[in-house]
Design a binder for this molecule. Structure first.
Ligand code: IFM
Length: 480
């Protein structure tokens, strides 16, 4: 139960409250209007990769139902919608060496979505890459091949040229950590490879793709904001007095946070990460001049935050025999923590958890926003994702009483406001997600939406949390 709080606090005037989705998770229509397969089509069609054999073939059918979804957002008084463009809809015949022809029907779809949003008073925020890489590029090496970064920038220019007259925010990449490590090291996300060296090459080529695309978007759509969305971790050692635990935290901070932040904000790779991974790769895929490209000025950084991270050294007296899972993205035998998996354990925190088995601690949101504020002065911050999966169902009264989700959102929005009060320039918060949708390796088994989706009928039912969020969006007031 959420109880009325004695006090409320108000977000600054002009703060944007929106919702977020991603193409493969909601669109469906995978073979329509010239779209070719992405790595997620291939991965989810491979037996044993996605729970229940689920795929994004139909998903929430937003490709056809976007008008209904925009009307829903309008009714919820949301100020912005963060969606992603599916690369295989825009240049379906891309090869590693040539972008290939542009598919006008794909561009028309997103253009119509943008128009629908603007007519409803909702600002579109476009993510250019949320993991649906054209399969043809993966067949030639995927993100482990630098040509993927080059083609990505060309594709980004096409989208920015088509939508840049109406879209104010382009986010180059969503969570390159997941794309690189879960896709190429742990193998629990597409393309399902378990090659640590390829994962680090993917890290660099994703960083390079961001820099090249940032330049391309600026040229094609001057005046648009260029942003990058990272899922940074609030990493703490289990025992702050233990040098070994502190070192374990340093390793994970390096692989999850600094390997993206340092090149983008400072044009360097962290020396300790290079040293920690020296037995895996010599990093010779970093060419002269690459880091200058990666370090393009940013207008905004998107933070996706869900859960805290606490680690210990394997030498800790508290170390367990079987290492607890390193992340909640799917069970795989391989680890995403390239070069450090044999040294670090992830601590199962006591206390409340979501259905993903992710611990709940909103303080990480405040800490990470303040860290970004300190590390990237002058760069606007946006919370581009935050939310929770809980096992909700439509009750006999036709309503979803998801008090657990409302409590989660309330606590995390209060944590955002704490960061704002402490000086962080946070401009927006996007709830993940507008709709229940395809949760990657978990298929449709985890529901993150503030709007319930009946996958049999495609009926959308706003949950109680959606109505709560709508009131917040209207008033800007958060309890506590
Ligand atoms: O569903 C994902 C999203 O695609 C990326 N960020 C985390 C969400 C929840 O796992």
């Amino acid at each position: 139960m959420t109880h009325p709080a004695a006090t409320t606090r108000t977000f600054p005037h002009g703060f944007t409250f929106g919702s977020a989705t991603a193409s493969y998770q909601v669109e469906g229509a995978v073979a329509e209007d010239g779209r070719t397969p992405s790595i997620w089509d291939t991965f989810s069609a491979t037996p044993g990769k996605v729970l229940g054999g689920d795929t994004g073939e139909v998903a929430c059918d937003q490709y056809h139902r976007y008008r209904e979804d925009v009307a829903l957002m309008r009714d919820l008084r949301l100020g912005a919608y963060r969606f992603s463009v599916a690369w295989p809809r825009i240049t379906p015949h891309v090869t590693p060496d040539a972008l290939g022809p542009v598919e006008q029907r794909g561009l028309d779809h997103y253009s119509a979505l943008v128009d629908e949003l603007l007519a409803a008073g909702i600002a579109p925020a476009v993510t250019l890459y949320h993991w649906d890489l054209p399969q043809a590029l993966e067949d030639a090496g995927g993100w482990a091949d630098r040509r993927t970064a080059e083609r990505f920038a060309e594709y980004a220019a096409v989208v920015a040229e088509a939508l840049g007259d109406r879209v104010r925010t382009f986010i180059t990449l969503n969570e390159p950590w997941c794309a690189a490590y879960l896709g190429y090291a742990a193998g629990v996300h597409a393309p399902g490879r378990t090659e640590p060296a390829a994962a680090l090459a993917a890290v660099h080529h994703l960083n390079l793709a961001h820099g090249l695309a940032a330049r391309a978007v600026r040229e094609a759509a001057p005046g648009a904001q260029v942003a990058l969305t990272l899922n940074l971790a609030w990493v703490r050692p289990e025992d702050e007095a233990s040098e070994a635990d502190v070192d374990a935290a340093r390793r994970i901070d390096g692989l999850q946070n600094r390997v993206f932040l340092d090149p983008v904000l400072r044009g360097t790779y962290p020396a300790d990460v290079l040293a920690d991974t020296a037995s895996v790769t010599d990093w010779s895929f970093v060419h002269d001049g690459d880091l200058d490209v990666v370090a393009q000025p940013l207008d905004a950084i998107g933070l996706n935050y869900y859960s805290p991270t606490v680690v210990r050294s394997v030498t800790s007296p508290r170390a367990t025999v079987a290492r607890p899972g390193a992340d909640g993205h799917g069970a795989g035998a391989a680890s995403p923590w390239v070069g450090s998996s044999h040294l670090v354990q992830f601590v199962d925190l006591p206390g409340p958890r979501t259905e993903m088995d992710w611990a709940i601690d909103p303080r990480g949101m405040t800490e990470l926003l303040l860290r970004l504020h300190a590390e990237a002065p002058g760069v606007q911050l946006q919370v581009t994702e935050n939310g929770a999966a809980f096992p909700d169902a439509v009750g006999e009264d036709g309503v979803v009483h998801d008090d657990d989700r409302t409590a989660y959102l309330q606590a995390h929005l209060a944590a955002v406001l704490d960061a704002v009060v402490a000086g962080a320039d946070v401009r927006a918060y996007f709830v993940w997600s507008l709709l229940d949708n395809f949760e990657w390796a978990y298929g449709y088994s985890k529901r993150f939406g503030v709007v319930h989706v009946d996958y049999g009928t495609q009926v959308r039912t706003p949950k109680d949390s959606a109505r709560w969020f709508a009131r917040l969006a209207a008033s800007g007031e958060v309890p506590g």
